[in-house]
Design a protein around this ligand. Sequence first.
Ligand SMILES: [Zn+2]
Length: 538
Amino acid sequence: MSSRVRQRRQGASLVPFSAIAAVFLALSVVLSGGVAYQFHRMSYPSVGLADSVGAKPTYLVLLVLDGARPDYFHLTALPHVDALRAQGVEYDRAWAGILESETPSGHATISTGSTPSRDGLLGFNWINSVNDAVRLFDPNVVRAGGIEKVMQQAGAPTIASAFKRRYPNATVVAVSGHKYYAADPLGGPKADYILYYNGDAQGHYVPTAIPGHVPPASVFEGAGLTWPSTTMPPGGEDTIAVKLALSAFTHLHQQVTLVNLPEFDWPLGHVYGSDVAKTRYLMQAFDGDLGHIEDAYRKAGVLDKTLFVITADHGMMPLRYQIPDSVLDNAVTQAGTTSPETTYQSAGYIWLQDPSKAQMVADNIVKAKNSHIQSVYFKVPGSSGGTYVLDSGLPIPADVDRANQVLLQSFLGGNAPSVVAFCTEDSAFVTKGAETWKANHGGGSWASQHVPLILAGPGVAQAGLSHAPARLEDVAPTILSIMGASPKGMQGIALADAMQYPTGRQVSAQAAANKALQPVVEALMKQAGSEARSGGRH
Ligand SMILES: [Zn+2]
């Protein structure tokens, strides 16, 4: 899995009348719901009361189901998840809101409450300001501090740093199965312990830790924490990661537990294309693991003091079309330059040796006339990272362009690529080693962006379903606000409709964000529908 692919959506123009009517109907329902929501919220006590009402959770369990689609949560009864949904809030339009929609950047955004432009983590690979390649798929790079140095240099606060600023004696633990590149940004430099799994010299699957975040040996010594082979049965890797988190809880009693569950992404999404029977099985296994966490917290007497948050780091887009990566490579060569780094998934990201050739490269991609490329943007230098300009050879609806621009903004200012080519929904660029993948992510398609988000626990409103366009960057500010810590310095907002006692300022901030982002999310959803129906761009 060393090379990674991607793909995405396109701008089709033929939308049947029934689809337009459906969109209008959906819009009117959303808008009336939004108004009702605001009135409902305005009737709550504001500012001064918020801090004096209700008990705050003192424990956090944040579960990131890697690449899990929201529809996985509706395939079968999930007693423990369903109980959380019933007592808390579930977002049906939550989205990553960033580029790249990849594992390191998704986890960093969850942890920092900020976008890659602010936290510095763009994806797996990019070219930094001194023209060096950053490559984070290598465990040795990550173990040597490759991710944490980027985060430290960017200086964005994290859940761990903000929580410890408020509660200096708190312990923070981040855990994954094999994804060191998820656990490390999820915990960040201030996490006490960052744990994950790898194969040892005997071929056993064993827990380990990122240097500088190594726990007492007892954490690794509990029953069932190793596996005699690196090949595990379905659900096994996720379950053993939860066991490791609970072993830490037994020995360290940490307040903050951040867990990445890798199997929804790999193998379920990429390899099996979210096969329904396999998805149902994995979700049931997850529900069982959630039950084990609840049992352990109940036994410790802190279950009713625990905030539970369930989300994903990015979406998972079923793949119907594979665009050869030569379409992008040739465009670079024909422009007379080279690309020291590229990432080809459900969007193509190209860093150029000669960035002044960006428009020429974009034009060349357009000239290839591949109907599964939705749009191409090239970067024009300027203050605060420059701007992205849509290549006029491949026009798209104005609302889709605005949505793409919101996504592109999320990494502008950082070491963003010179050229970005968005694929149509259900399409991705294919690279060597990923030819057989059945689903992918990485770009701006709705399926790459759409994520689940559920919150429950003390301080969380029993709000049922929310249509608010919650982003990954809103997760940390919401958690910290509910737990009485400050999200100062984070770009995201506290989701007031998730909070039992939001302040007036939080309610206004969310109303403003909803107003700005609802059209963005709706444009992505509408475009996804039209591209999926037309099978590409026409
Ligand atoms: Zn991921």
